[in-house]
Design a protein around this ligand. Sequence first.
Ligand code: 0O2
Length: 225
Amino acid sequence: MIEINEFDEEEDEIYLPQTIDYLDIEKQYRQLMFMHEAAIEQVTAKLNILKGEFQFSNDRNPISSICSRIKSKESIVYKMQKKGLPFTISALMENIHDIAGVRVICPFIEDVYYVARMLARQPDIEILEVKDYIRDPKENGYRSLHLIVSDNVMFSNTSRGVTVEIQIRTIAMDFWASTEHQLRYKKDKEFSKAAHDTLKHCAELMAEADREIQDLAGDFDLNQW
Ligand code: 0O2
């Protein structure tokens, strides 16, 4: 039985993991990361099977590419600090849902929702939350469909639901988000209002291009699966 215990009752330190019983916490943290890495592998494998199936039996593929990442310790600490959470394993598990992250890039907007529906049909995947930043973009113009899912992972003698954030978006949305991420985190430059406005304008251009391309896809019957 995999046990993940609370590791820090004192809650006054800012680094993860950090407590008196350092080795034990370190072990629990590694175990938690291992579980999330396993979930990433499993979800990625499912998506690769879907992608392969389309490759094999259709003229085109609703999945262009798939990538994944495990959230870094620094990024976890930053997010927990921002949310004012205690630095405990249980707080981490209950509140940070993107330790495991998988991203799926699709040619057309309708493909994004099609992939989401295919995932929802998978017996080992339970959709816990949907954040539709395509229908309801973020203030800065960010667009993407986020699914927070619980993926049932089988370990040696038990199975366990592990949370994974799956981001699904078009090539245009991904181009914008990757560029924005690089610019925003460039440490030696201040992120000015002008930069924010330019990026927001570019997000609108991308969204318009996505809509026009989606209409064309409709004209060419590319969304008939
Ligand atoms: P990284 O580097 O990807 O790990 P919540 O999870 O609901 O408590 P959060 O984190 O605000 O709160 O959720 P949200 O808004 O769904 O964002 C989760 C992830 O979406 C982010 O993770 C980014 O990967 C991506 N994202 C959200 N907003 C933006 C944005 O404005 N620009 C870009 N480029 N990506 C965005 P992290 O932890 O911020 O970063």
